[in-house]
Design a protein around this ligand. Sequence first.
Ligand code: NAD
Ligand code: GLY
Length: 359
Amino acid sequence: MQQLTVNLDDRSYPIHIGSGLLGQPELLIPHIAGRQVCIVTDDTVAPLYLERLCRTLEGYSIMPVVLPTGEAFKNWSTLQQIFDALLAARHDRRTTLIALGGGVVGDMTGFAAACYQRGVDFIQIPTTLLSQVDSSVGGKTGINHPAGKNMIGAFYQPKAVLIDTDSLATLPEREVSAGLAEIIKYGLIRDRDFHVWLEDNMPALRALEPTLITEAIARSCAIKAEVVAADEREGGVRAILNLGHTFGHAIEAHQGYGNWLHGEAVGAGMVMALDLSLAQGWISTDDRRRGVELIAAAGLPIAPPQGMQAEDFRRLMAVDKKVLDGQLRLVLLRQLGEAVVTADFAPTNLDSVLAGVGQ
Ligand code: NAD
Ligand code: GLY
């Protein structure tokens, strides 16, 4: 087992990564203050892993809350189901919420924990590759609004993150690719050597070769933990974790939440960010090619959905959380392994990237 730490002073917490962790009570018990535990999961993950987790936590008063699966349910009325269950079972302020599932369950459980009785403890047990390398770490929680992705939420850190790599065995191939999008992101924004390592190992990573996928998860979490520790509430550097996301969130909202997976939209969005970085003259044609080839090799789309027009992007990107005083800021690359958050790009270059969509 590997252990990393997200360093946030008295709110620091461990990330445990390894095989068989779901069956290890000693990793969870130190982070559970009371006797009440509410396990939030979805109706895909529940039949796979809920019983095992309940067995691990034998002796606690456990209440499972099983939500409908999918991004389309990441909204107020699903969130309300968690509050209804907590109140009906009289969970008090010492209750601990556990998110057992992908990023949708994790983001909603974290937001519920942030709000319930003004804040109770929660633990992340991510079961998708995407949630293991990204959403379970760093404390961004929330839900979607029809007008924009993740627009309602809170920064609220978990007490611990438990990444059991065995849970990847049941993950559909398409979801593996979606997770690889966020892994590729870390190389592009922060670590050229990691990008090269991913180029060398992509087929084995897609096949979830145990040693390699564990290393990819650990390297990704290490980068994320470092960035979050430096800028927890995204006043600055943390925004680089959103490479491709401004374009990607527009794709997700335009297609209807859930039709394009988050990771797929990020894949196509990162290609648009590479294109704009190239148009700025910041990256070379070769760097652009290598980025796009790696995204394609992960089984991800490298172009936005057909029929989505430049105007759709403009309208949807205008509500991005990185917009400040009406000015759009984007994450672009200065070179492979170095990102910048900037409003300082030529509008004509963005025009030409957007002119290429919808073809
Ligand atoms: P998801 O939670 O919808 O999970 C994807 C699918 O896989 C679902 O159908 C789920 O039921 C199923 N699943 C989960 N674990 C499984 C397993 N082990 N075996 C089989 N099926 C399994 O989606 P996701 O890709 O995990 O997360 C995407 C969400 O995360 C988006 O809402 C995105 O906005 C959010 N996100 C948040 C952050 C953050 O920092 N908070 C970062 C990145 C993404
Ligand atoms: N996924 C982006 C972030 O956590 O900041």
